[in-house]
Design a binder for this molecule. Structure first.
Ligand code: TYD
Ligand code: MG
Length: 432
């Protein structure tokens, strides 16, 4: 077929030839490992070796597990090579023999960057190489404890068809590297590029091959970077790592809430702070709304950054019908400060308050947070893990929280229980 029946693009289909699955070496008589009673298995054998980059170790649930393969996926330019080099530098400093295969950048480029981020250690070896057989030969010779390939899309196996980066090449190379990792107990990290339009030739195809998939994300125009596990065979996928890209590389952000709120001006209308849950970690973010009355008869606009536009439209309608705050013919904007994207429905109440505050031009009290989902009836519902969110708000000095009536009390912060948004608006001082 010349045209892909799935996405409609032309000339994108690639032929893949599979080996005969019946010709497995040694099958079926060589069964390899014998079954053992589950209770006799040592769970700590899967313990990770800390990389020394705290936020990375948090997401990995300890560190890199020997024999495991981790895919570090993200858009070009987001900082994957930087994070990798920092981790390798620290690992090498702690005595682990590390081999970095640079298939994109020259050794000189890697050296330059390593100097900036202090990742120079005699235990960290580098080779600029794109051929898979050569990579495997280097692994044999160097016998590293940690192997990193940057990136898996630029490595090729000359014995396989296809150009570098094609699905077949990427998958074959990854399979070979996984086998080597398992056989040698070698902790392996593969860097994989993801493109914005979702054409994930590499990482998507590899998800089931590797043990762990880490997604490195962020808005390239902001310094903030977030790391979470999409898949993790050795631990939870609920951890979130937060970094700030600086001149000297990626810095751990141990207190992201404080960073998000650093430049907040609470006296402005349309600003509400809410504790969201990002990858299981409570974070305080500032939700902002702006309502600009329409001039002339140009159609009104609605634009969002970091929150879903459809959600904003829905909440605006609920506000109109249930909160008696008519936005009317106006341009409406909403954003989350700091370049973070929020999918958490617990942001609803804050967004609704921000909209009302912007429309009425009345600021919300500076020491108040709001958390809850909003239904079409204007009712406010409990968001997941509300007590943990409130504890984070209390830690950062917020004194009042507008919450649904079902929310449990949390020490250090005074709950303002509300049934619906009209009540919330009244208690936040939006009505006379
Ligand atoms: P990089 O790690 O090369 O991204 P990737 O491997 O995901 O393509 O990082 C690219 C960006 O990071 C680049 O635009 C410059 C910036 N950067 C810093 O701001 N500070 C630093 O110390 C380093 C090494 C990079
Ligand atoms: Mg790179």
């Amino acid at each position: 077929m010349g045209r892909c029946p799935e996405c409609g693009a032309w000339s994108t289909l690639v032929e893949e030839v599979f080996d005969d699955p019946l010709e497995l070496p040694g099958a079926p008589f060589d069964v390899g490992e014998r079954p053992v009673p589950l209770a006799t298995v040592d769970p700590l054998a899967a313990a990770g070796r800390p990389t020394g980059v705290d936020e990375l170790d948090r997401v990995l649930g300890g560190g890199l597990v020997p024999g495991s393969v981790t895919l570090l996926a993200g858009e070009p330019g987001i900082g994957k090579s930087t994070l990798l080099l920092q981790a390798l530098g620290r690992l090498a400093g702690a005595g682990a023999r590390c081999l970095l295969v640079s298939a994109e950048e020259s050794k000189e480029q890697v050296r330059l960057r390593a100097g900036r981020i202090e990742a120079l250690d005699p235990n960290l070896l580098v080779v600029a190489e794109t051929s898979l057989p050569n990579v495997l030969a280097h692994v044999d010779e160097v016998a590293p404890e940690v192997l990193a390939i940057d990136s898996v899309q630029t490595i090729v196996d000359p014995d396989q068809p296809g150009v570098p980066g094609s699905i077949h090449q990427v998958r074959e190379c990854a399979h070979r590297l996984v086998r080597v990792a398992k056989a040698r107990g070698l902790a392996t990290v593969l860097v994989g590029h993801v493109t914005k339009d979702g054409a994930i030739a590499g990482p998507r195809a590899l998800e089931h091959v590797v043990d762990t998939v880490l997604a490195f994300e962020g808005d390239r125009h902001h310094a903030l970077r977030m790391l979470h596990a999409l898949k993790h065979r050795f631990g939870s996928t609920n951890e979130l790592g937060v970094f700030e890209m600086r001149d000297g590389g990626l810095a751990d952000v141990a207190d992201p809430s404080a960073l998000f709120l650093a430049d907040r001006r609470a006296e402005l209308s349309g600003s509400v702070v809410t504790p969201i849950l990002e990858g299981g970690r409570p974070l305080l973010v500032e939700v902002q709304a702006l309502v600009v009355p329409a001039t002339g008869d140009a159609p009104s606009r609605r634009a969002t950054q970091g929150v879903d536009g459809g959600r904003l439209a829905l909440l605006q309608a609920v506000l109109d019908r249930r909160g008696e705050v008519k936005v009317g013919a106006a341009d409406v904007y909403a954003s989350v400060a700091g370049g973070i994207r929020v999918a958490d429905p617990g942001i609803d109440l804050a967004l609704t308050l921000a909209l009302a505050s912007a429309r009425l031009d009345r600021p919300i009290p500076a020491d108040l947070v709001a958390v809850g989902e909003v239904g079409l009836g204007g009712e406010v519902r409990l968001a997941a893990q509300t007590p943990r969110r409130l504890a984070e708000a209390a830690r950062l000095g917020f004194r009042f929280a507008v919450v649904p009536v079902s929310a449990p009390a949390v020490e250090g912060i005074t709950s303002i229980p509300v049934r619906g948004i009209a009540e919330a608006l009244a208690l936040a001082g939006m009505y006379d």
